[in-house]
Design a protein around this ligand. Structure first.
Ligand SMILES: [Zn+2]
Ligand SMILES: [Zn+2]
Length: 337
């Protein structure tokens, strides 16, 4: 099969013919239709700090949609021929956190496409328990289930529901930021999304049809303070400055991953009782709402996603890395969908 493999040196990826994966217990084989390129794939691609655990060569990719073509146990026979998406987190189901349904922070957590080979290949294998059958969402949109589930998770991490009375700021005009903003709009809130001026045309502006208000960071603070901030930018400066925009008693949910450390003056957090809430990945249940929201907005979302033929994988990574596009998605085998 054809697979995209990273190399020992950063910023290199190449298509190579390798043998398809062999199934082990409880595993199923998927013919990949689409595979999204995520921020963490870009971090692994350029060997960023915090990604030393990723071996190279590695087939990246944890945002996967495709068709089940082989199983090795009769119990999974009914999955054959079904269109599915793959859950990225391979939780153990047995540890303390799993038993409390906090699967995203499973003590033995592994992520497909980082800890072991993923979906940037014609075929990928995973355990049957990590797939979900998709019935009425096109595969090119269903491939976004994982980033949408991360956004759903971030909103659930808040200690309360978001309502129409809330004013929300989402920092960072990437796909996760956009999805978080969209989910907040769905809940009736007034939602701003901020980004740099250079991102206005390629990203911020594209969110306006979803009733999300773009804000350019260089223009200074927004006129009103906000109830909740979702930090999805990954910029250390954005972490430090976000509290200037937050109401006393407000919450900041940190969703991005960072390549640099940021220093916070905790006295300010204490005096304002600002809640700092980290959110990592997603739980299986988060995919339920994710798939529903994708279905509802499928046509409009498709308009702002960039699809690349598999043989342009290098360009797709570079466009992602230099933020030329909001979200690069690889078309691996779209004929079967
Ligand atoms: Zn992802
Ligand atoms: Zn676990």
């Amino acid at each position: 099969m054809l697979a995209a493999l990273t190399k020992k040196s950063p910023n290199e990826i190449e298509l190579r013919v390798i043998s398809p994966p062999v199934l082990c217990e409880d595993e199923i084989l998927i013919k990949v239709a689409y595979c999204g390129i995520c921020g963490s794939d870009l971090h692994a691609y350029n060997h960023a700090k915090g990604y030393e655990f990723v071996d190279h060569p590695r087939i990246l990719g944890h945002e996967i949609s495709g068709t089940v073509i082989e199983v090795n146990d009769e119990r999974y026979q009914k999955l054959i021929g079904k269109q599915v998406i793959v859950e990225s987190m391979n939780y153990c189901g047995k540890c303390e956190n799993c038993c409390n349904e906090r699967y995203s922070i499973c003590l033995n957590n592994k992520v497909i496409g980082l800890h072991f080979d993923g979906g940037m290949a014609q075929y990928v294998k995973t355990k049957a328990k990590y797939v979900r059958v998709i019935e009425d969402v096109p595969m090119e949109i269903a491939v976004l289930s994982e980033p949408m589930s991360v956004a759903v998770h971030a909103i659930k991490r808040l200690d309360r529901d978001i309502t129409k009375n809330d004013v929300i700021l989402v920092q960072g005009p990437g796909i996760i930021g956009f999805f978080v903003a969209l989910l907040c709009v769905e809940r009736g809130a007034k939602v701003y999304i901020s980004g740099l001026r250079k991102d206005f045309e390629s990203r911020l502006k594209k969110f306006e049809p979803f009733n999300i208000i773009p804000h350019v960071v260089e223009d200074g603070l927004i006129d009103e303070k906000v109830d909740v901030i979702f930090e999805c930018s990954g910029s250390k400066q954005a972490v430090i400055s976000m509290f200037d925009q937050l109401k006393k008693g407000g919450s900041a949910v940190v969703v991005a991953l960072y390549e640099q450390e940021s220093e916070l003056f905790l006295t300010n957090l204490v005096r304002n009782e600002w809640m700092l809430i980290p959110s990592y990945g997603s739980d299986p249940v988060d995919y339920d709402e994710a798939i529903q929201v994708l279905k509802k907005h499928a046509a409009k979302i498709k308009d702002i996603i960039n699809y690349y033929p598999f043989n342009q994988v290098k360009r797709a990574f570079e466009d992602g890395l230099y933020q030329k596009v909001l979200k690069p998605v690889l078309e691996i085998d779209t004929k079967s969908t």
